[in-house]
Structure formats: structure tokens, C-alpha cells
Design a protein around this ligand. Structure first.
Ligand SMILES: Cc1cc2nc3c(=O)[nH]c(=O)nc-3n(C[C@H](O)[C@H](O)[C@H](O)COP(=O)(O)OP(=O)(O)OC[C@H]3O[C@@H](n4cnc5c(N)ncnc54)[C@H](O)[C@@H]3O)c2cc1C
Length: 383
């Protein structure tokens, strides 16, 4: 077994880390406060190749694969959870379906500008009555001669208010169709598409969350992504990479919370001693470090399996479930170590605590991850 990163992967980490320390961390609080990822930050991410890091070079990406994507998201997650969420929605769930299932024409037309960061992507699955039970979509795509007519509503869509291209799920109806879920690439410029309510949130406030409305949107047949009626497969495969990226961003935030807590405990004096000298504090730091180590181990093992072409549905759910729950425990302990100061906005722990909570909800709640894992245990011969 070889657990070392390649020189190229180490160089990528160094480059992202420098960017995060010098350019992202200093504006993370402003992003939260203003509830917006600044356009010049998006341009910078595009210029550095971060918006297509995993995609093949021939389609405008950096060719760094899933491992590169996780390394990058870990570092971004260390500095700003809103930015990591923006990148994840754009790249891993917004664009990777096109990379996995797109035709050559779709890749040239849509994947290249997405990978280059010239266009922004989003993933539109959730609806008011289809959350965890996502595939019971009420959005329909009625098949006509040379197009589908899309009608329905999506909610809670990250990047929804400003994305250019959407991966949209809808039930295919009309003559010869059985109402199964299919996937479509929808451009924001298609007539009948509009953006509705933009949500106010507790955390990841810089990442925009919007409602999308489809009223007789004419989607050309060549924009069907993957085979008709196979939307569940597209959705599931895309969410595998989404869940790894989410685990990576959680790992970065967890490492940061541990680092900040250790430093703070060596600085803060109570009862005439640094609080790091109290065993109660040391045990919290030790527990945090143990969870960080577990997160890192399962994340990169699964990313490696993914790159080897193995089926990682169960493992990606384990990564998502474990990393999101561990991060919540870690930021909670970090706030405890900081005491009252942790609760005050002047210190980053307050924002990290709020940002962390969404990880147990989006891209499938913790309960849904447990359901996927249990289903795989009960139906798989490989325990
Ligand atoms: C900030 C934010 C960003 C998001 N971004 C996107 C995006 O970009 N694209 C997108 O498509 N969606 C997005 N979502 C939607 C997100 O994926 C859903 O909110 C999530 O999947 C849960 O669906 P729900 O909110 O409808 O909860 P519900 O499905 O109503 O669940 C409510 C509760 O019931 C539990 N539950 C449901 N079914 C079961 C079961 N079978 N067994 C046990 N418990 C169960 C759930 O775990 C949860 O605790 C986003 C949501 C938020 C808040």
C-alpha cells in the first residue's frame, strides 16, 4: 500500500493553500456578512483552474481527477465553507454529470466553458414535495417532436440565482414514455426559465440558494443527458462525487478548527495556567485529532477507489455521513475550548459552527446516507 500523494498532488495542495491563506481567508467573513461570493473571486478561481480541476484537459479541465478535486476542496473548506459549496455545486454536482454521461457535442458545448469557469453550473433535483424522496419529481418533461417541454419548480438550488447551465431532473411524459426520471441540460437563457425566491440561511450564507421555475421551457432533444428514463442513475453517480467533495471540505474545516483550538488553548490563561495544561481541554483536542484522522483516512481511500473505477456508492455515503457528523462534533468542541469568545463573531469559530450544520442535510441527509449504507449491506454479497 502506498499512502503518499504524488508530487503533482502536493504541488496542487501548496498552490491552493497559498491562495486560501492569502486571498480567501481574509474575505471569508465579508462573504458571510454580505451573503455573496464576489464575482472577482469567481474569476480568480477560474483563472487558477479550480473550477474544472477534476475534468480532463481536453475538455478544459486540469486533469487532476477526483483526488485532485478532494485535495482542492479540503484546502478551500479550511478557509471558507461558502466558497467550497459554490465550487461543489458548480463542478462536482453541476458539471460532472456532463463529464460522466455527456455526448461529445454536449461536452464541447457545455463542459468546456464550465470547466474553464467561463460559465457556472448548478444541479437541480430538489422540489417542494421531493426532498429526501428526490426521485418522485413533479417536474415533467413532455416529449414533443424535436424537444421536451419542461414544467415545474425546483427549490434550494445552490448557485441557482446566477448559474448559466443547469443539470435538471424531470419525469419524461408524452406518447411512448413511462414517466421515469430523466436528466436535461438547461440553459438559463431558455425562454420560460426564471429564478424565484432566494433563501436567507443560518450558515454558508455566501452560497446562494434559489428557487427555479420552469414554464413551458423548450429543451432541445440533444440536451437529454444520459439515456431517457435513467435519471436515477445519473443522479446517484453525480452525488457520489458530490459527497466526496463535501467530505473533503468538511475535513478542511475540521483541521482548521483543531489548529485554531490548539493555538487558542496555548494562549488563554485561567487559574494561572494556560488552558492547554488542563486535562479536560487536552482530551477534547485528542478527540478532535482522532476524528480528523478518521475523516482523512476514509476520504482519500474512497477517492482513490473512485479513481480506480470501483463502485463507491456505500463508501461515498460513509464519507459524507461520517465527515459531516464528525465536523459538527469538532466545531462544537472548538467553541467549548474558545469559551465565550467562540460565540462572538470576531472569532472564526462562530461562523464555522453555523456553516458546519448544513453538511448533515444537503446532498442527502444523515438518515438517507444510513439508508443507502444499510441497503447496500443487506443487498450486497460483499459485506
Ligand atoms: C443550503 C441548501 C443547499 C441545497 N442545495 C441543493 C442543490 O444545489 N440542488 C438540489 O437539488 N438540492 C439542494 N438542496 C436540497 C437538499 O438536498 C434537501 O434539503 C435534502 O436532501 C433534504 O430534503 P428536505 O429538505 O425536503 O427534507 P425531507 O426529505 O422532508 O426530510 C425531513 C426529515 O425526514 C427525514 N427522512 C426523510 N425520509 C426518511 C427516511 N426514509 N428514513 C428516515 N428519515 C427520513 C430526513 O432525514 C429529515 O430528517 C439544498 C438544501 C439546502 C438547505
Amino acid at each position: 500500500m502506498d499512502f503518499t500523494f504524488t508530487d503533482e498532488q502536493n504541488m496542487l495542495r501548496e498552490m491552493v493553500r497559498k491562495f486560501v491563506d492569502n486571498e480567501l481567508k481574509p474575505i471569508a467573513e465579508k462573504i458571510d456578512e454580505e451573503e455573496k461570493i464576489p464575482r472577482d473571486l469567481i474569476d480568480k478561481l477560474a483563472e487558477l483552474g479550480f473550477l474544472g480541476i477534476s475534468f480532463p484537459v481536453e475538455y478544459g479541465g486540469a486533469g487532476m481527477g477526483e483526488m485532485g478535486y478532494c485535495i482542492m476542496q479540503e484546502e478551500i473548506g479550511r478557509g471558507c465553507a461558502s466558497t467550497a459549496t459554490f465550487i461543489g455545486a458548480h463542478q462536482s454536482i453541476g458539471a460532472s454529470g456532463i463529464n460522466m454521461f455527456g455526448t461529445e457535442e454536449q461536452k464541447k458545448k457545455y463542459l468546456v466553458p464550465l470547466a474553464e469557469g467561463k460559465k457556472i453550473g448548478a444541479y437541480a433535483l430538489t422540489e417542494p414535495n421531493a426532498g429526501s424522496d428526490a426521485y418522485t419529481s413533479e417536474t415533467v418533461a413532455e416529449e414533443k417532436d424535436d424537444h421536451f417541454l419542461l414544467n415545474g419548480q425546483k427549490i434550494f438550488i445552490t448557485n441557482g440565482s446566477f448559474a448559466d447551465y443547469f443539470t435538471v431532473f424531470a419525469k419524461t411524459t408524452g406518447e411512448g414514455n413511462d414517466g421515469k426520471l430523466s436528466t436535461f441540460i438547461v440553459e438559463k437563457e431558455f425562454p420560460g426559465f426564471s429564478v424565484g425566491k432566494i433563501e436567507k440561511k443560518m450558515g454558508i450564507r455566501g452560497s446562494e440558494t434559489a428557487e427555479l421555475i420552469f414554464e413551458d421551457v423548450k429543451v432541445p432533444k440533444e440536451n437529454l443527458l444520459g439515456r431517457k428514463g435513467r435519471g436515477v442513475i445519473v443522479g446517484m453517480k453525480v452525488l457520489n462525487t458530490g459527497r466526496l467533495g463535501l467530505g473533503a471540505a468538511a475535513l478542511g474545516a475540521a483541521k482548521e478548527a483543531l489548529k485554531l483550538s490548539a493555538a487558542y488553548s496555548k494562549d488563554r490563561v485561567q487559574f494561572g495556567k494556560k488552558i492547554s495544561q488542563f486535562q479536560g481541554i487536552q482530551w477534547m483536542l485528542a478527540d478532535m485529532a482522532m476524528e480528523v484522522y478518521n475523516m482523512e483516512s476514509i476520504l482519500y481511500r474512497t477517492a482513490w477507489m473512485y479513481e480506480e473505477g470501483k463502485n463507491v456508492t456505500r463508501e461515498a455515503s460513509i464519507v459524507k455521513l461520517y465527515c459531516s457528523e464528525a465536523l459538527d462534533r469538532i466545531v462544537d468542541q472548538a467553541m467549548q475550548i474558545y469559551g465565550g469568545y467562540g460565540y462572538i463573531k470576531e472569532f472564526p469559530i462562530e461562523r464555522m459552527y453555523r456553516d458546519s450544520r448544513i453538511n448533515r442535510i444537503f446532498e442527502g441527509t444523515s438518515e438517507i446516507q444510513r439508508m443507502i449504507i444499510a441497503r447496500d449491506i443487506l443487498h450486497s454479497r460483499n459485506l
